[in-house]
Write a new protein. Structure first.
Lengths: 329, 254, 258
């Protein structure tokens, strides 16, 4: 019987002794080779879900299979198929990067020769060869995260769990990590389950996004589909001369219905989607109407979140730390 | 000199208020009490050693050391408190506000004495409960005076270190010398029953004089009173200069 | 799925524990220095006690030699326990749990570290002690047995440290147990033989305290030579503590790992 190699979750629940359900019956499905983004504010239940799927926390009820193995009854097989980089970059400050990799490899049963080879390969992959023999205590946040990723990949897992991988990182480190995650999915066919509170991260990296709020999934689809569901992009044009405002409005109305705009500007919702922008520009040019400023506004995943939950994603969460403390108890 | 005392009382008041809102203020007494129970409980037969003729008995013998230890550790804890105040920035505000900064040192010292009174009472009560006899001729005031002097000395030492280092790292630097001073003394037997290197060191240790004199007061048989008080006074003078030195350094650092 | 043999896992963890310790020289130095310092001060300060009528030897130094060995084992156990708790707190334990590593291997590695330190302390203290004038009546073979018993004691305390670490997962909780153990050491026959303790309540506590027998086992090898009864009691209690503590730690581990 061929095992389904992705992730399948059915009505997964996790309760803690005190407080409401951290995870309140979620269903989701991740196809092999897909990058799935789990987006939600602090305290939504993202980390708790990851802990359950990586077998570090037993679910209260519900079932899930990861790489075809049941998380409750086939724990060792699940663990052999996955790699995880969790919220705390759990590293030993007294060991070097290389020593971490060798330890991890030894515990995964790699021979001494394999450990060395694999260690070197991964260090190069994440750009840490230069710092490999320095103690982790001296690593920056970005370096620790990269080592974290390398450690998760030591045994060549088919599924990778990343719990808020770029939180607190500077923009360069973030981009570098994104590039590596994309490459892993594209070239190595690794299935990636990634949690984040950053819209941009989900938008850029994920093939599909699941939005979670207060333990429940409130929306799930590709980023484009989710945004399209909420609304189409809008275009706002500010005329170069205030007297041209009516002319601009006439042109724009041909592309969609008018919506409120900044004083002196005109805005319409593009019925043809973002691709319509080029036509708008051409039309304005044809009518010889000059604009001082032309802006395209796409609905964001925040708009999606707002529509589904009535709250804005940024600044929406209760302490996810409460989640973690409970999880470690 | 109005500013000097005003500042001192303000600082002392705040410290004492902190004590009453946090029962851990009695913490300096914990290890001394523990040692008292362990030594007075387990080692009483040391009193049978030939040549050991302390009239008040072994429990009383240990009580005096426990008392002096408690008040000295109280001084150390005040030092920790000062270091903490520097680390959280409170001390800087204090120094800016105080019209006379020497008053700050006095303030902490007064607070330390208040605490020492309470920890000292605690140790004494425990000792009495465990059956320490009160012999006739017991010189209460002499004993208290020496305990206070020990406390003041330890506080000044701790304050100097704390103001010099201005971080929690001051902790071990305060604790360890005080600990050594307390232990390199006639802890288990009187000075004349010590031998070897520890006797040499103990003789040079000013604390030894305070300890022996205090034991003498308790037994109603005071010895070397004048020299002990002279040594104590000198010690306090030196440590006051040390504390002022620390204060100057702290001022310079801003 | 490649599962490495148990021994390989323990070795990998033990190597890590050793490397960490070696990279903190301050820890090693204080683990060796403080017990010796305390011993020197205590033993010299109480030298007169050897003149108490009925005292079993005329050298208090010999009598007290067990003290640094026991105290050092305690320090080592608390430190190792705190390290394990730190691994749990930091999530490093979770990382290791995601490998095929058997959780018991983590315990094994940690205890291997405790044993190694206990061995080092035993040898170093015996060397320094002999230079200070300690006379081991049971000779060289007796010294070997002293080291063996010290290692067992370290292992037992280590197991207790591990239970605390696994149960609480908190470095602070483990370290705050240290004073309690320190007290337990003193409420024993560590300073005076039991029959010379005058206070009845203290003598009672010392009699029921297993640490007294560990102390007396080591001490007998120094001042008496080969005292079968003391050795049986000493090794007996040491082994009992080891079994109970390590068994408890292994059981606690099962509840922590999903």
């Amino acid at each position: 019987m061929a095992r389904e190699r992705g992730i399948e979750v059915e009505n997964l629940v996790r309760e803690f002794r005190r407080g409401p359900r951290a995870v309140d019956g979620i269903d989701l499905r991740v196809e092999p080779g897909e990058v799935y983004g789990f987006l939600g504010p602090n305290g939504a239940g993202k980390s708790t879900t990851v802990l359950m799927l990586t077998t570090l926390l037993p679910p209260t009820s519900g079932t899930a299979t990861v790489a075809g193995y049941d998380i409750v009854h086939e724990g060792p097989q699940v663990r052999a198929s996955i790699g995880a980089a969790l919220q705390e970059a759990a590293l030993d400050p007294f060991l070097t990067g290389r020593e971490h990799l060798h330890l991890q490899a030894a515990l995964h049963g790699l021979s001494r020769k394999e450990r060395k080879r694999r260690g070197q390969e991964l260090l190069e992959r994440v750009g840490l060869e230069g710092a490999a023999d320095r103690k982790v205590r001296g690593y920056s946040g970005g370096m620790k995260r990269r080592l974290d990723l390398a450690l998760a990949l030591v045994h060549g897992p088919q599924i990778l769990f990343l719990d808020e991988p770029t939180t607190g990182l500077d923009p360069q480190s973030r981009s570098a990590l994104w590039a590596e995650v994309s490459r892993l999915a594209r070239e190595d066919g690794v299935t990636v389950f990634l949690t984040t509170q950053y819209l941009e991260e989900a938008d850029v990296l994920a093939d599909r996004v699941g939005i979670i709020d207060r333990g429940r999934i409130v929306a799930e689809d590709t980023p484009e589909a989710l945004k399209a569901e909420i609304g189409r992009p809008s275009v706002e044009a500010t005329p170069a001369e205030i007297s041209d405002r009516d002319a601009v409005a006439r042109v724009l109305r041909g592309f969609g219905e008018e919506i409120p705009a900044q004083p002196g500007a005109v805005a319409v919702r593009l019925s043809g989607g973002a691709a319509g922008l080029a036509d708008v520009v051409r039309a304005l040019d044809r009518e010889d109407v000059r604009v001082a400023n032309l802006r395209l506004d796409e609905p964001s995943l925040d708009d999606v979140f707002l529509a589904k939950t009535g709250r804005s994603l940024e600044g929406a969460g209760e302490g996810e730390d409460g989640d973690m403390e409970e999880a470690q108890a | 000199m109005g500013g000097f005392f005003q500042v001192a009382l303000a600082v002392a008041g705040r410290q004492v208020y902190k004590y009453f809102t946090n029962p851990a203020f009695l913490a300096p007494a914990l290890f001394p009490l523990f040692f008292f129970v362990a030594f007075a409980g387990g080692l009483t037969s040391v009193g049978d050693v030939p040549g050991f003729d302390y009239a008040a008995g072994y429990i009383a013998f240990q009580y005096v050391w426990a008392l002096l230890q408690a008040v000295s550790m109280g001084g150390a804890f005040t030092g920790f408190s000062i270091a903490g105040d520097f680390e959280n920035g409170f001390a800087r505000r204090l120094m800016l506000a105080a019209s006379n900064r020497y008053g700050i040192i006095l303030g902490y010292t007064i607070a330390s004495i208040v605490r020492a009174t309470m920890t000292g009472t605690l140790v004494t009560v425990i000792a009495l409960v465990t059956g320490m006899p009160i012999s006739g001729g017991f010189d209460f005031f002499g004993l208290i005076a020496l305990a206070l002097l020990a406390n003041i000395a330890a506080t000044l030492f701790g304050a100097g270190v704390a103001m010099l280092l201005r971080t929690q790292q001051a902790g071990p630097v305060i604790r360890t010398p005080i600990f050594l001073v307390l232990f390199l003394a006639p802890v288990f037997v009187p000075l004349d029953l010590l031998s070897g290197w520890i006797e040499v060191v103990a003789r040079l240790n000013p604390f030894t004089h305070i300890l022996e004199a205090a034991r003498g007061f308790l037994a109603g048989d005071p010895t070397s009173v004048a020299s002990t008080f002279t040594i104590s006074a000198t010690l306090i003078l030196v440590l006051s200069l040390w504390a002022v030195f620390g204060l100057r350094r702290a001022e310079r650092a801003g | 799925m490649k599962v490495p043999p148990f021994f390989t896992e323990v070795l990998a963890i033990a190597r890590r524990s050793t490397v960490r310790t070696v990279r903190q020289p301050a820890v090693i130095v204080s683990a060796l220095l403080f017990p010796m310092m305390f011993f020197s001060i205590n033993a010299n300060g109480l030298d007169a006690a050897s003149r108490i009528p009925g005292f079993p030897t005329d050298s208090y130094l010999d009598f007290a030699f067990a003290f640094p060995l026991i105290q050092a084992s305690l320090f080592g156990a608390i430190t190792a326990g705190a390290d394990l708790a730190r691994d749990i707190e930091s999530g490093f334990f979770d990382r290791l749990s995601l490998t095929p590593m058997r959780p018991v291997a983590l315990l094994g590695g940690m205890l291997a570290g405790v044993v190694a330190l206990g061995l080092l302390q035993g040898v170093v203290f015996l060397t320094i002690g002999t230079l200070m004038g300690v006379d081991v009546s049971s000779g060289f073979f007796g010294m070997v047995v002293i080291v063996l018993l010290t290692v067992l004691v370290a292992l037992g305390f280590g197991g207790i440290g591990a239970i605390l670490a696994i149960r609480t997962g908190s470095v602070e909780a483990v370290e705050s147990a240290f004073p309690l153990f320190f007290v337990a050491i003193f409420l024993s026959s560590i300073n005076l033989p039991r029959d010379l303790i005058e206070q009845d309540w203290f003598r009672f506590i010392a009699t029921v305290n297993p640490i007294s027998y560990l102390v007396e086992g080591i001490r007998s090898l120094v001042i008496t030579g080969w005292d079968t009864q003391a050795l049986i009691l000493g090794f007996g209690f040491a082994l009992a503590i080891v079994v109970v503590a390590i068994g408890g730690a292994a059981a606690s581990l099962k509840t922590r790992v999903a």
